[in-house]
Every structure is written in C-alpha cells, then in structure tokens.
Design a binder for this molecule. Structure first.
Ligand code: FAD
Length: 452
C-alpha cells in the first residue's frame, strides 16, 4: 500500500511493482503528481505549476528521465541578469560562485558601497563555513547545535550588525532560493545551515528542464501503474495489528495491507489518525514542521523578448512582490516563459487582494525587471500552493527555531509497519524531486528489510 501520489509515492509504488508485489496507491486528490504537475498554455507552451528544474547533481532524476525517455535541455543562462536594489536596476553578469553572489548577480557589477557588499559577503561566508560542519542525518549533533538552533537567522544577523543588504540576502535565501522556505525570524541558523548542507547551492539546482515539463514524469508513471491508483481517496485512519494494517479512506472505505509507505507532506501526517498513535515527540516535531508559503507565477509571452536584448531573465532584488525571476522557456524561446514566486509572509497581505490586483502587482514587478513588454503576457498563471488543502505550500517543509535540537532525533523513524517517504524524508536534496525519488526508494528498502 502506498499513500500519496506525488513523485515519491509514485516511485515507491513503481519499485514495489518492479519487485512483483501487489500495490494499491491511494491519492487524496482527483489528480496525480502532487507538486509535480504540468499544464498547456497559450502559444503552444507547457508550464510546470510546481517543481520544474533538475539540478547538476540530481542523478536519480536524470536517470529516471532517461528510463522514461523524456528529453531534457539546459536552462538558459546566456546573457545578463538584473539586480534591483531600492528601485534602482543594475545589469549584471550572473555569479560564478554562489558564496560570492548577491541574488543571482556578480557583486562587482552592482554599484553599491564596497564596504557594505564585502560585509554582506563575509556573513555569507560565515554561513558557508557553518554549513560545512553540519551533520545532514543528525543536525542536532553538529558542533554548537544548541546555540545555533536557539538563534533565529534574523537574530544572528542583528548580533553581527548586518546592514540592509546582508539582511535582504539572507531573507532571499531563506524565502526563495532553497527548498526550505521561511522568514529569517521563523527558523534557526542550524536549520538554514542544514538546508545548505543537504542542498548545496553551488551544485546548481536549476540546471536543466524537461521538454514537456516535469509533470510528464508523474503522468507516465501513473500510466504504468494504471488501475493500481485510486484517486479521490484521502486516507484518514491507519490501524495496525499483528498481521498488517487496515487503512480507512474516502467515504469510510477500508483496505487491508501488509505495510504502508506514506508519502505525503510531513505536517499532513497529523491529519491521519494512527492506531497505535504516533509517538508524542514525533507529533511535536511535525507541529514544528510547517509547509511554507509559496506561490508560483508563470508569465507567457509570444517570444523570449529578453533574450534578443541580451538578457537571460535571471532577476533578483528587494521588490514588493517578486524577489526573483527565471527563464522557463523551451530551448528556442518560443513561447517566452518567465517563472517567478511570491514567497513567505509577502503572501499574507497579497492573498487579501483581488486576483486582478494581484495580477497588476505581479506585472509591475515583472516590468521593473524586464521592461514594458513584460506587462503584456498572453497568459499569466498564479499558482496558490498555500490554498491546496492536500499539500499546503512549498517548496518543501521547514522547521521552526529549536525544533531540531528539542524534537528532531526521531525525524526519520518509521512507525511500525508504516514507512515514511516524501521528499522531506531525504538527506540529499530534500524538498526537491531528487529527494522525493531517494525517499521513495529508501522507504521500499526499509519495508523489504522488515518483511524479509
Ligand atoms: C512552486 C514549487 C516549485 C518547485 N520547484 C522545484 C524545482 O524546480 N525542482 C525540484 O526538484 N523541486 C521543486 N519543487 C519541489 C518538488 O515539487 C517536490 O519536492 C516534490 O514534487 C515532492 O514530491 P512528494 O511526492 O514528496 O510530495 P507531493 O508532491 O506533495 O505529493 C504528496 C501527495 O500526497 C497526497 N496526500 C496528502 N494527504 C493525503 C492523504 N491523507 N491521503 C492520500 N493522499 C494524500 C497529496 O494530494 C499529494 O498528491 C517545487 C515545489 C513547488 C511547490
């Protein structure tokens, strides 16, 4: 039995079928794929509403795309980027080394006081050094873990008299440029450093794209699994006994299984009533493991007009709504597609606006980065992940300040015949597709060891 039809659950089910086992996959929604879902748009294009990029060291995802015969192409990084600071726009080269970057940009091209840039980069380096000392499996055992976990990122910055540029850089990385999305006052230096250790930014997480969109992966695997998948089947109770499990889902339907791989976003595990119950400390950890606030914006244009002007659509800066943009086009730039995000607490006020007002603010920021043409998309899609009841946000979970050291030690522990999967279970690229694959396969391995 597999619960959750995102990439991780699909991979687990596929692996069990490969091993000749009987599998049923229960998915709460009427669609498959979870955070991996694509859609056709104007101009003959395809967009991914959730995850999209593969990274340089996402070897499992790469191998899977080859197995499924899905073609890939490199992300477009030719040309200049743009960095915007307090309303002023700088055309820049992209960074070569993440740990000497401001947003996506080379700091040498940003005309701000050298002292302020260097001070910010020094703090960046301090973070890098801490990240090298973090245990990815047991972060609470890392050097100085207690102090680091008791220190919100914002406090750490204040203690170092960080200027606004450094504060923004840390906010940007916390909110936007890793899988762990949080405001700097919501999580600790230990968690930030851990997120850098498990998903190293220098390994280029946005290196390549799928021709037909990443969502195609989920569709193909779902097709292979066929009638083993039951949609509209939210699981709300799992009873364990000496011979197996009784899983109760949907309109009080019941199914028996020997074991279950549960591949749903971690905080949603608490929506399921487990008997025997989950250990209290594990429950406390889940309560400190929220799905972060993340919306995705996809603006579609007839062509990638920015490429003709020598840009690659890599934008970053302290704008009101969009702190980063990226080129998400097919290789020939036709249609032109820019991906962007509304992140963290910016969503609070933004979500209270009408859809028309949200659209106007998004277009204003896109135009600030890429000029007046950016105000005229042929289609603008805003994906409000926080409003998806069965996922709750993105990219992947985060942990609140102090959670790792107080409650973390059982974070990967299975629960009897219930084996946890889902991207967040992984210690290599959690929050990414790569982590989802690893976690799905690892859950099957553990399950086999118990059944053997
Ligand atoms: C906006 C956004 C951008 C992203 N960009 C990237 C990217 O570029 N590259 C990358 O590698 N990753 C990216 N990610 C992350 C990536 O999409 C996820 O890490 C991955 O898809 C998670 O897969 P999963 O199977 O672990 O979880 P999910 O995809 O969340 O699947 C879990 C499934 O469980 C179901 N479920 C929940 N509760 C129940 C229940 N009680 N009973 C039955 N079913 C239930 C849900 O409906 C869902 O289908 C992004 C994510 C988002 C949101």
């Amino acid at each position: 039995m597999v619960i959750g039809g995102g990439l991780s659950g699909l991979i687990a089910a596929r692996e069990l079928v490969k091993q000749g086992k009987t599998v049923t996959l229960l998915e709460a929604k009427s669609t498959i794929g979870g955070r991996m879902v694509n859609q056709k748009v104007a101009g003959g294009g395809v967009i991914d509403l959730g995850g999209q990029w593969g990274g340089k060291t996402h070897y499992r995802l790469e191998a899977l795309s080859e197995e499924l015969k899905l073609k890939r192409y490199p992300s477009y990084y030719e040309g200049k980027g743009v960095f915007i600071w307090n309303g002023k726009s700088y055309t820049t080269d992209l960074f070569n080394d993440f740990w000497r970057s401001i947003g996506f940009s080379n700091p040498d091209d940003i005309d701000l006081p050298e002292k302020e840039k260097e001070a910010a980069l020094q703090l960046w380096n301090e973070l890098f050094e801490i990240s090298k000392s973090i245990s990815v499996e047991q972060p609470w055992t890392s050097p100085n873990a207690q102090v680091l976990d008791a220190t919100p990122v914002s406090q750490w910055l204040l203690e170092r008299n960080a200027a606004p540029l450094a504060q923004w850089m840390f906010g940007w990385i916390c909110r936007g440029n890793g899988a762990q999305v949080f405001e700097p006052y919501e999580s600790s230096m230990l968690h930030l450093a851990w997120s850098m250790a498990v998903a190293p930014p220098n390994e280029t997480a946005e290196d390549w794209l799928f021709y037909k969109g990443a969502g195609e992966v989920a569709k193909i695997i779902a097709n292979e699994l066929g009638s083993r998948i039951i949609l509209n089947a939210p699981v709300f109770k799992i009873d364990q006994d000496s011979s197996g499990l009784t899983v109760i889902y949907g309109d009080c339907k019941t199914v028996r299984a020997k074991t279950a791989v549960v591949a749903i976003p971690p905080p949603l595990r608490l929506n399921i009533q487990f008997n025997p119950p989950l250990p209290p400390r594990f429950v406390q950890l889940m309560r400190r493991t929220p799905m972060p606030s993340k919306w995705k914006v996809l603006a579609v244009y007839p062509t990638a007009f920015w490429r003709d002007q020598g840009y690659c659509a890599a934008g970053s800066g302290n704008l009101d709504v969009l702190e980063q943009t990226a080129d998400a086009c097919p290789p020939e730039g036709n249609p032109g597609i820019i991906a962007s995000f509304v992140s963290g607490n910016k969503i609070g006020g933004f979500s209270q606006l009408s859809h028309q007002e949200q659209r106007a603010l998004v277009l204003k920021d896109l135009a600030a980065y890429w000029g007046p043409q950016a105000k005229e998309p042929i289609e603008l899609v805003i994906v409000r992940w926080t409003e998806d009841a069965w996922i709750g946000g993105g990219y992947g979970v985060t942990r609140s300040t102090g959670a790792w050291t107080a409650f973390g030690s059982g974070w990967q522990d299975d629960h009897g015949k219930v084996f946890w999967a889902g991207t967040e279970q992984s210690t290599r690229w959690p929050g990414y597709f790569e982590g989802a694959i690893e976690a799905g396969l690892a859950a099957v391995k553990r399950l086999n060891a118990v059944l053997a």
